[in-house]
Design a protein around this ligand. Sequence first.
Ligand code: 2BA
Length: 108
Amino acid sequence: MKLITAIIHDEDSKELLKKLNEKEYRVTKLASTGGFLRSGNTTLLIGVSKEQVDGVLELIRDTCKKRKQLTTTAPVGANTSNFVVLPLEVTVGGATVFITDVERFEKY
Ligand code: 2BA
């Protein structure tokens, strides 16, 4: 068994959950926060058989889009009364996906 951990944009989560449910994949949605932008994103935990991994990845690829997001750099300057904050554009996603082996799976 494999555990797919997918970090995706909040705006893609509704559609991806719909598609996953339609195909009868089991999924858990977690509210998460990106460590760099410190803004909300969505983490999905999807437990599947080895044979199902590619099908799930296809749905993720088809659904999760890359987006440009603006953030700011850390203040640049000698002291806090005289600093400059510069805009910084980063590309987020489509999806960051980890696929791990599950040593044991139990359900009661
Ligand atoms: P964030 O950490 O908020 O990062 C958002 C985007 O900012 C990243 O998009 C990347 O383009 C940029 N970024 C992140 N750290 C940076 C840094 N130290 N310097 C410059 N730019 C940086 P993605 O790479 O698509 O990542 C989207 C979200 O996926 C991340 O949100 C984070 O929540 C998660 N993520 C990405 N890689 C990860 C990893 N190796 N381990 C754990 N979580 C990861």
